[in-house]
Write a protein that binds this ligand. Sequence first.
Ligand code: ZN
Ligand code: ZN
Length: 771
Amino acid sequence: MTSQVSNTSFKFIALGAGNEVGRSCHILHYKGKTIMLDAGVHPAYQGMASLPFYDDYDLSTVDILLISHFHLDHAASLPYVMQRTNFKGRVFMTHPTKAIYRWLLRDFVRVTSIGENSILDKDENLYTDEDLVESFDKIETIDFHSTVDVNGIKFTAFHAGHVLGAAMFQIEIAGLKVLFTGDYSRELDRHLNSAEVPPSSSDILIVESTFGTATHEPRLNREKKLTQVIHSTVAKGGRVLMPVFALGRAQELMLILEEYWSQHAEELAGNQVPIYYASDLARKCMNVFQTYVNMMNDDIRKKFRDSQTNPFIFKHISYLKNLDEFQDFGPSVMLASPGMLQSGISRDLLEKWCPEEKNLVLVTGYSVEGTMAKYIMLEPDTIPSVNNPDVTIPRRCQVEEISFAAHVDFQENLEFIEKINATNIILVHGESNPMGRLKSALLSNFSSLKGTPEEVHVYNPRNSIDVILEYKGKKIARAIGNIVDEIQKENIENIPLETPFEDGDKKEEVENKEESESRSEKPEDVIVSGILVSDDKNFDLNLVALSDLREHHTELSSTLLKEKQMIAINCKPELIYWHIRQMYGDVAVLEDIDNVTMQLKQDRDRKPSDSMDDGGVKLVLQIIGDIKIFVTDSMVTVEWTQDLIGDTVADSIIAILMSVDSAPASVKMSSKSCSHEHNNEDGHLEQLESENNKSWKVKQVVELFREQFGQSFELALDNKTEAIKGKITMGKNNAEINFSDMKVLECNSKPLKGRIESILGIGADLVATLC
Ligand SMILES: [Zn+2]
Ligand SMILES: [Zn+2]
């Protein structure tokens, strides 16, 4: 299932919830990082068949797994992933999700466990209680609105509405932002706030499509319908069965019913019609709900504050752990789990009540394809008995669907999608048809952007099919060290600063270039030369000057390259010393066996060093930093550390040494006594020097340009004026330089001209006589 992807490719694979509702599980891969979203089961299947397609991906490569909320279709295969596969990543969920997940999954293990009476194969058991306990301890929690960074994967949790603890995750890898909504709702209900829009936009949106293009009836209408249909059923002596998921929407429905029962006590035969909530988790979860009241909306918080009682303990609703304590004498309202009527309390009640016409099955949640909750809505004549597959039970009861599923409808989804502003939208968590309709509706909604850079692409991938998106993002590099001054200087000359400096740092945009030293057609661009240092762990990019590299990136094992060049030379050491001094002024004398430099300097007190044991080396000189010159009678060795300045100076030294033999000054010098006192008053030397100096200087500067511009540089001799000229051509930019007077003749690019002038400056410094 893996495809070849480049470094700029973002890859998405749905291992579940691709063109289906259930077994939510997605893989994101970008820049070598792998994120898994959710690990659910499919409610319509059992055992291994209910799992996402884990075999289609190497789970050992997953860095982090984020669980959006506690619903079984998003979380129930997590212990399997953590304990029964080669997965070794870190797992995150919000605090309330973790608290509720614990109880829910224990129940899930019990329900699906292979107890002695189970008809399931032993292999069908996905995991055990022990797996659950072991995995539970390894789950890490994330607070809403906090950002966690795991080796360069940054992710932030936002409220998703839907159920207590439900989170959306905004994930950022190397500047690419992906938002995963999970299941979400945009409607303020009785206990939860609606989903938030993250403050920053995202490049890619992975969004649920449960309701496709359907439109919810207004909340008030639905509440009215709900209470009316329940009221009329119990008034006729009927029983109302509301299959619910143990936690989440059940609490919302209870808040509605509690309110209605308080307001209509008289009509409901003086509260003689009981409401039950049957789930063996009910009570345990009530405590969790109370603990997290602070994460719910203002209404419920106020209720809690004012009464100081658990808002989820109701006057009109009784909790039933199981049906043993239930006395089924007359009309009643029963909220019972599980929500899909596949087995358990709700299924038992369905089979018991469905033959009677006055009873009502009221479906309020989203019914997954392939489950009894979905099947019953077709109003079949009979239903199969779950405990006795040979028996069918007649269905005569009423069936109603009034949705309180906390998923967005089309209008809510569209408004949210527009706010996220992503150009790539991946639809998940929806059956094929509603998902396909949503895709078409979104494409037509964004059709005006077609062909523009903002064009919106919508994908509705099937399970295990890769979606590969090319992401050519801008790289933002942080300039640090001396390069900041350079940028600042250039900026002041060109445009005002847009970004204020912070602690000497400035952010500078550099587009996908290894080196920022680049040509540009826009004169307002600041061109700086430096090295982009990318941190593989966190994807931070730093732009530093070469000379600052060691100081700012001590973690880099930078290598100092020592250069060494040997030149066979046949002249006296003092002559070499003289030439070097001509160029560089007072050079440091590290060794001088024969006292030649002292003779030249007339510094007769200086004692020869006795630490010298390099056979044959008579003179050691040091120039600018660590450039060393070792002189023997027949050989000169130049040693230096490779960098821009070192290389340039060393080159010029070598050039001098090469010409020492033939230089007229040398001839003159060689014929003179070595005890000759060197100073500038020597008329002969001065004259000879000026004859040669100019062309030598030009040669040095030309060499410098060759090095800097390579093939873009061309040398030309102006026959008329005998001036030595240079031409630089870089794309549309070109320049002409007169080396005779070291001036830029013409240049159509300000940055290029600046660069040339600075090289002329360096050249002038290099060839200037310093003594
Ligand atoms: Zn859900
Ligand atoms: Zn779901």
